[in-house]
Design a protein around this ligand. Structure first.
Ligand SMILES: Nc1ncnc2c1ncn2[C@@H]1O[C@H](COP(=O)(O)OP(=O)(O)OP(=O)(O)O)[C@@H](O)[C@H]1O
Length: 237
């Protein structure tokens, strides 16, 4: 399999007549955790949705596993092995944890980590303690973990994770960071949307910084952490 899992070039996206992304380019290689950073409204979620084929209007090149998916439908992209955890993290509230996981299940893929509920419960012991609880009776953080787990049940090569640390309690933020580190150790590749520098620094290898729909900076996470000027200009730190 190709070493570059995701390659995005000259990606432009629109909501109606509003031009939101301008020639965005980025790459995720096998085994990497890459942070897509920027303030509220910078275009992080829009980039993820455009990559996943969820926007009505976008243009540019999106290659996944060496093949163009710029014109593909979201379900086709998902079938190829791209998982997406959107910001609003919806669980099926009437269904139990195990039933929610079943819904995400896809056949095993060669070269991809194969996930089972048992394996996920090792990663998220909280979920393992409540396999029969309905999704609607879980805390926000638990629902967040369930959404990530459901996506992993599709055995993706790459996961797009939109702001996992947003709006959850600090203790859950820590668990999310540990989860990402554990996933990386398993060999997963992740594109993470994030505005929290501390969180991104804990888990990411490289970073891209967006402002007003333009990529303003790219480098290793360590380089970004050491670059006060870029952080002050484009991030909330
Ligand atoms: N459905 C929509 N219709 C019109 N404009 C939108 C829509 N969704 C987002 N936008 C606009 O697109 C721009 C980028 O938004 P986006 O959600 O991608 O930013 P973000 O970096 O993910 O920030 P956040 O952390 O707030 O989600 C913003 O100016 C936003 O107002």
């Amino acid at each position: 399999m190709t070493d570059v899992l995701l390659k995005v070039q000259n990606l432009n996206a629109f909501y109606g007549r509003a031009h939101i992304l301008f020639d965005v380019g980025l790459e995720v290689r096998r085994g990497e955790v890459v942070a897509l950073m920027g303030r509220n409204g910078a275009g992080k979620s829009t980039t993820m949705k455009a990559v996943m084929g969820l926007l009505d209007r976008s243009r540019g090149e999106v290659e996944f596993l060496g093949q163009s998916v710029a014109k593909s439908k979201p379900y086709q992209i998902a079938r190829l092995g791209m998982g997406f955890v959107p910001e609003d993290r919806r669980v099926f509230t009437e269904l139990s944890v195990l039933e929610n996981l079943e819904i995400g299940k896809q056949p095993a893929r060669s070269d991809a980590v194969e996930w089972t509920p048992e394996k996920l419960f090792k990663l998220f012991p909280n979920l393992g303690e409540m396999p029969n609880r309905p999704g609607g009776q879980m805390s926000g953080g638990e629902q967040q973990m369930l959404t990530v787990s459901r996506t992993l049940m599709g055995n993706p090569y790459l996961v797009l994770l939109d702001e996992p640390s947003e709006g959850v309690a600090p203790v859950i933020v820590e668990q999310m960071a540990n989860m990402i580190i554990a996933l990386k150790r398993e060999g997963m590749s992740i594109l993470l949307s994030e505005q929290n520098m501390h969180f991104a620094e804990l888990v990411s290898d490289r970073a891209y910084v967006l402002e007003n729909g333009h990529i303003r900076y790219q480098g290793t996470m360590a380089e970004l952490a050491a670059n006060d000027a870029v952080r002050r200009a484009y991030l909330s730190v």
